[in-house]
Design a protein around this ligand. Structure first.
Ligand code: PDD
Length: 304
């Protein structure tokens, strides 16, 4: 089976999928992206990711070249052509290709649209979540608009590489006051020693995760004590539980921060019940991506 990707109006062999050398995404990182999980044929949090895509584009004055229905038709076709029921959809919109110039002016290039689909083994991820991951902490070296999901990910890439080299699964980033902002590609959470679930408010220092928002809703449904406030590294290492959230990892327990083991070193019960609740409410609430182009809640997933 040849892997197929989408570039600017065409479905092409993945090996031949490419953009222009003067694409502003390539030259300047002048582009935004979204990542959806496809789980059992369902596009999880479809709406939340589209809403954030619109916001990222509008913050950067990049015109959104396509409607949601058009993106959904492409996603459906990519899943079909690549025969994927479980995986990830990656979408990138750049400001487009134009002669290299920092100024983009008012005469905007035509935005570049790229979508790729990748198969994921969620069983392997489940096994990882059952053990938990360790995180390292590093100074947050990013800019002051981390709320926009841009492809400018160099500090995130370097942080994740440092985590990898340290044998850890994620890097938690520290602001100037030693408060955790977020992970290199996930949001950061703790359950404090007093039993309060805590995550940083969605300020400009973090990406407001779609998974984060859904987990907040799950926590409220479960009646958990929840406080949306920044927590420090010293609070984190004394926490009863810790975990990360993202579209691709759902809720994944953190069992070690730097050299400190969290509680007894096993995933916490609140973390695991939120992981369950997240998956359950996605099963119930998430519209299925239908073959005929309409999206409806409930029913059977229809991707073969
Ligand atoms: N990362 N914070 C950062 C810096 C992220 O890159 C991500 C997502 C999140 C979580 O957002 P969400 O819950 O909407 O996935 C938080 C994606 C998965 C990625 O870069 O692959």
């Amino acid at each position: 089976l040849n892997r197929i990707s989408y570039v600017n109006g065409r479905f092409v062999r993945h090996a031949h999928a490419s953009v222009h050398v003067e694409d502003r995404g390539f030259q300047f990182g002048d582009a935004v992206y979204e990542v959806w999980t496809v789980f059992d044929g369902r596009l999880l949090d479809e709406e939340g990711h589209f809403t954030r895509l619109d916001r990222s584009l509008s913050e950067l004055s990049i015109r959104n070249p396509k409607s949601r229905q058009a993106y959904l038709a492409i996603i459906r076709e990519l899943l079909r052509r690549n025969r994927i029921r479980d995986g990830l959809i990656y979408l990138q919109v750049s400001r487009g290709a134009a002669p290299r110039d920092h100024v983009f002016g008012n005469q905007e290039a035509s935005p570049t649209v790229v979508l790729t689909a990748k198969r994921v083994d969620f069983k392997a991820k489940e096994a990882k979540a059952a053990i938990g991951v360790s995180v390292i902490t590093l100074r947050d070296q990013r800019w002051s608009r981390c709320d926009i999901k841009t492809v400018n990910l160099l500090p995130n890439v370097l942080a994740k590489q440092a985590a990898f080299e340290a044998g850890a699964g994620e890097a938690w980033l520290l602001d100037a006051e030693d408060f955790i902002t977020e992970g290199s590609s996930s949001n950061a959470w703790i359950v404090t020693s007093e039993g309060v679930l805590m995550t940083r408010p969605a300020d400009n220092a973090i990406l407001n995760g779609v998974t984060r928002r859904r987990v907040i809703a799950c926590a409220k449904q479960l009646g958990l004590g929840f406080e949306e406030r920044a927590f420090s590294l010293s609070e984190a290492v004394r926490a009863r539980e810790a975990f990360i959230t993202s579209a691709s990892t759902f809720v994944t327990p953190v069992v070690q921060i730097d050299d400190e083991i969290i509680a007894n070193g096993a995933p916490g019960s609140i973390s695991l019940s939120l992981r369950d609740a997240y998956q359950q409410c996605n099963q119930i609430d998430t519209p299925n991506i239908e073959q005929d182009g309409t999206v409806a809640a409930g029913g059977q997933p229809c991707i073969p």
